[in-house]
Design a protein around this ligand. Structure first.
Ligand code: HIF
Length: 267
């Protein structure tokens, strides 16, 4: 049996890293947990966090996962310390602990994922299943409906962009969404509603900036304001942090469970 309490403590203890971005590796660990899970397709029940397949080609080479090799490497010492814990469990749990440690809700999480050391080709999801930030509402719906989410879930999940930042050497985009990128809150929604966002004039991909030029939104973030159904939920969460936290926790918990197969003995 793994000592889950000790593992949680160890994850929490490694989050603060002054030399990393905004002083915490929490945001990139949240991105790792989500990208491991977000390849799921309910059409054929493939993809998802089970197997920790992001270590293997082609998933390891998907442009959407650029930079996550660093996050995976940072968790390796914990894999060594807790060999009974699968990487698939470790990556998803690290996201959950990060959100909670940064002031967010506790997300439901259950162990029991197994790692695939030598997956068959069909066991690694194809590239291109993660969302493309340069697109709009129809693409967001295609990708998240494929995982089994609805419009309200999509907006709830999107609140995680209150955390972290974009890196020109990873995605090509640049900058944080909020002034508090290591604090989980409903700030992302407040900014979407209250700031004036304009297209950034630069050589990089299309992104939006606030009047200070310091904060950013991706085209997929702006799409939540341009689509009336999404916008109504954005406005609700901007006003009501409690409801956002409750809905986010349920949706993120569901995301981490996608495609997970457990044998009864593992529970
Ligand atoms: Fe992100 N996301 N995401 N994302 N994401 C980036 C960074 C983070 C999308 C694109 C990007 C979700 C949905 C979507 C986090 C968490 C979540 C980056 C920048 C891009 C381009 C990567 C880089 O350059 O380092 C798109 C198109 C999404 C669908 C709409 C989730 C809801 C918001 C599911 C989610 O939880 C986090 C955290 C980061 C910050 C990572 C960091 O290193 O700081």
């Amino acid at each position: 049996m793994a000592d889950w309490f000790a593992l949680e403590r160890d994850i929490k203890a490694m989050l603060k890293q002054p030399e990393w971005d905004d002083g915490s590796i929490g945001p990139v660990l949240v991105r790792l947990a989500w990208h491991a899970s977000g390849t799921y397709s309910k059409k054929d029940n493939t993809g998802g966090s089970d197997g920790a397949t992001m270590r293997h080609a082609p998933e390891s080479t998907d442009g959407a996962n650029a930079g996550l090799e660093k996050a995976r490497a940072m968790l390796e010492p914990l894999k060594k310390k807790y060999p009974a814990v699968s990487r698939a469990d470790l990556w998803t749990l690290a996201g959950v602990i990060s959100i909670e440690a940064m002031g967010g809700p506790r997300t439901p999480w259950y162990p029991g994922r197994t790692d695939k050391e030598k997956p068959k080709a069909a066991e690694v999801p194809p590239n291109g299943r993660l969302p493309d930030a340069s697109q709009g509402a129809p693409h967001i719906r295609d990708v998240f409906y494929r995982m089994g989410f609805n419009d309200r879930d999509i907006v709830a999940l999107s609140g995680a962009h209150t955390l972290g930042r974009c890196h020109p050497d990873r995605s090509g985009f640049s900058g944080p969404w909020t002034n508090t990128p290591t604090r989980f809150s409903n700030q992302y929604f407040k900014l979407l509603v209250n700031e004036k966002w304009t297209k950034k004039k630069w050589d990089g991909p299309e992104q939006y900036e606030d009047p200070s030029g310091e904060l950013m939104m991706l085209p997929t973030d702006m799409a939540l304001m341009w689509d009336p159904k999404f916008k109504a939920v954005v406005e609700e969460y901007a006003e009501d942090k409690e409801t956002f936290f409750k809905d986010f926790s349920a949706a993120f918990g569901k995301l981490l469970e996608l495609g997970v197969k457990r044998s009864a003995s593992k529970l």
